[in-house]
Write a protein that binds this ligand. Structure first.
Ligand code: SAH
Length: 635
């Protein structure tokens, strides 16, 4: 509503002055009280029509002159302001967000000063913080980053070379990137080149605080196609950094015991943990029961129901948005709701059974527990059975191998093989198994897996060549060999076993990039894919080494630390290291750590020295891989 000026308020403001006002990111309530008062008093208002919400003008005087600067040149804008000020009028110049950030006020102030017109700046809420608010995130998350970099990619306005995204990315600080969504592919490339691992989380927030606000959440690897699909170009801000990871309440599992000492398969995804999400009061009750039995699960409930003091219960305000966030960050999600709702909510995010999280849907009474998505690979079948036991309900499993009581080869291969194998071959191989055709496996030790026992048409071989020349119509061999001859290539999968153990000795402050380059170099030398690395091993003095921890987490490779005594008890092939003895009192780090990480295995590569890092490579025996597999299967 237009208000009439009262001489009382007017007198507070200097007439003949120009006020640059930050009008906030969009929500008209996000302007400051001061900014609002000046608008109510202004004779001339010039606003940036493309980004400023016209609703902030609702308090203007009836007879105020209002101009949209979108179609005006700098000279026209400043001429209007100078003329009005010289007539003793109050001038309000409205900018989006905060005027000091990409507001182009410097050039206007310069012209006003030359014309001796006084001016003042009233700050506003920048869209960077509105975007963080939309996501309920903290840029300065302790243990993650204490720095926020506000920047943009060079466009029409050049950016100094020392501030290129590539240079800034090296800091791995939290970043808010303006004016760059239309160049998302270039932006992502430069961030990656600068050192951000490709699994770094990214959120693009479109029209933060407007009614049509949208959030697209992904990783540096996924965001380009997500943004192209969503067709977002303007009025969006790109947030990058690990501070985004914890937004769902999911905590970093980096320091959990299972990561520090155990063996975990790399899923090629940074999703971790389990989330339970409920919609109703009865659903919340069931959710609480589930999280009290499954200690690693976090519960999400409508904000009004998030009562009581339980650090693992989180309230949400936007259900749809919350489901999107859970999908992008958790490894398994239990939805206590109607199947239709769950399907609709996750539909926009679905990719492949190899990437999507496990999704289980259950009714709020816990009667029917449906394995909805990623039954085998993601573990939804296993989870549904576990929940059925817990709630006394029935699990609903529809995958063919389970119905036919046949082993799920994709699960077994997924656990034991290095990423990058020809996944599509698993479908015909599994089909052959279900159809009762002879299927062969290498190595022989696989016959110790209980699920693979008692299937009459499943054959085990002690050499991959024997498998290739057998009567089997399909088969899987875990081998690093590449030269295997087989007639029907499409039905035989040769997968690298995930059995490579890397022993690492490094200087303090090792850079992630150097670590990545050194590990890639030794793998290349051995002609093995980096994805076959199943374990990184080093000395316990390196437990807080940031580069090492970041690399291990980004690649989802477990890190194992050994004590000085353990390292000294191994017989190593190389001469003891003078440096290691002087600094840590050990004969060496890389070689003994690799050998300890692969008990009973072979040392494939004696220590290789790089500038700040020494690496040795060992191979875990297949029996040890199977032992780890069985332990995981029992969890
Ligand atoms: N002074 C403004 C920035 C103006 S530059 C501020 O402090 O926010 C314009 C750029 O700001 C856009 O390209 C976009 O990157 C960002 N932006 C402005 N409003 C936004 C909003 N509501 N949501 C997301 N990004 C926004």
């Amino acid at each position: 509503m237009a208000s009439t000026r009262t001489s009382g308020t007017k007198s507070k403001l200097a007439s003949g002055k120009v006020y640059f006002i930050g009008s906030g990111p969009g929500d008209p309530e996000l302007i400051t009280v001061k900014g609002k008062n000046i608008i109510a008093d202004a004779d001339l208002i010039i606003y940036a029509g493309s980004l400023v919400n016209p609703q902030v003008l609702s308090g203007a005087q009836k007879n105020a002159r209002i101009l949209d600067s979108a179609s005006m040149t700098l000279e026209e804008i400043t001429r209007e302001m100078i003329c009005a000020a010289r007539q003793g009028q109050v001038v309000a110049r409205l900018h989006s967000g905060d005027p000091s950030i990409y507001g182009a006020i410097a050039e206007q102030i310069h012209i006003l000063k030359r014309a001796k017109v006084p001016c003042a700046v009233v700050p506003g809420v920048t869209s960077a913080v509105a975007a963080a608010a939309a996501l309920q995130k903290e840029f300065t998350l302790p243990g993650c980053s204490q720095t926020l970099i506000i920047t943009r990619r060079a466009g029409n306005t050049p950016v100094p070379e020392r501030e290129s995204l590539q240079h800034l990315a090296a800091h791995q600080a939290s970043m808010a990137i303006f004016l760059s969504t239309s160049m998302i592919a270039e932006t992502v490339n430069e961030l990656k080149q600068g050192g951000y691992p490709s699994v770094t989380p990214v959120a693009v927030v479109y029209r933060a605080s407007w009614p049509d606000e949208r959030v697209i959440f992904g990783t540096l690897d996924s965001i380009v196609s997500q943004i192209k699909t969503a067709r977002l170009r303007r009025q969006a801000i790109i947030l990058v950094g690990n501070f985004l990871k914890d937004s769902t309440g999911g905590r970093s599992r980096l320091y959990d015991g299972e990561y520090a000492h155990g063996f975990r398969p790399a899923r090629g995804s940074w999703r971790t943990g389990m989330a339970v999400i409920a919609l109703t009061a009865a659903g919340c009750v069931l959710g609480k029961k589930i999280i009290s039995a499954i200690k690693e699960a976090d519960l999400f409930v409508p904000a009004a129901l998030a009562t009581g003091k339980n650090g693992r219960i989180y309230g949400y305000t936007h259900f749809e948005q919350q489901m999107g966030l859970l999908f992008q960050t958790y490894q398994s999600i239990i939805c206590i709701m109607a199947t239709g709702i769950a399907v609709r909510m996750v539909a926009p995010y679905l990719k492949t059974k190899w990437e999507d999280p496990a999704i289980v849907v259950m009714d709020e009474q816990g009667n029917h527990i449906i394995s909805l998505l990623s039954g085998h690979w993601g573990g939804a079948n296993r989870l549904a059975r576990k929940l059925a036991k817990l709630c006394g309900g029935h699990s609903v499993i529809t995958t063919a191998s389970d119905v036919n009581k046949m082993p799920a080869l994709d699960l077994i291969v997924g656990e034991l093989a290095a990423d990058g194998f020809e996944r599509w071959k698993l479908t015909p191989i599994q089909a052959a198994l279900i159809a009762g055709k002879p299927v062969g496996l290498y190595p022989q030790e696989l016959s110790t897996i209980p699920e693979l026992q008692g299937v009459p048409h499943l054959f085990f071989y002690d050499s991959p060549d024997k498998l290739c020349s057998s009567h089997c119509k399909a088969g899987v061999a875990f081998t690093h060999r590449k030269d295997l001859p087989v007639a029907n290539r499409d039905a035989f999968l040769f997968a690298h076993p995930k059995d490579i153990v890397i022993g690492i000795g490094c200087n303090r402050g090792i850079a992630v990039r150097e670590l990545e380059a050194a590990i890639s170099a030794v793998c290349k030398q051995l002609d093995l894919p980096v994805s076959s690395v199943c374990s990184l091993c080093t000395i316990d003095k390196k437990k807080q080494e940031p580069g090492l921890l970041t690399y291990a987490e980004a690649r989802s490779i477990p890190l194992t630390f050994f004590t000085t005594t353990e390292l000294n008890n191994v017989t190593i092939p190389s001469r003891p290291s003078f440096h290691a003895r002087r600094v840590f009192g050990v004969q060496g780090v890389a070689e003994p750590a690799a050998m300890l990480g692969a008990p009973g295995g072979d040392l494939l590569l004696k220590k290789v020295k790089f500038k700040n890092i020494t690496i040795a490579v060992a191979r875990m025996p297949f029996t040890q891989l199977l032992k780890n597999y069985r332990e995981r299967a029992q969890e």
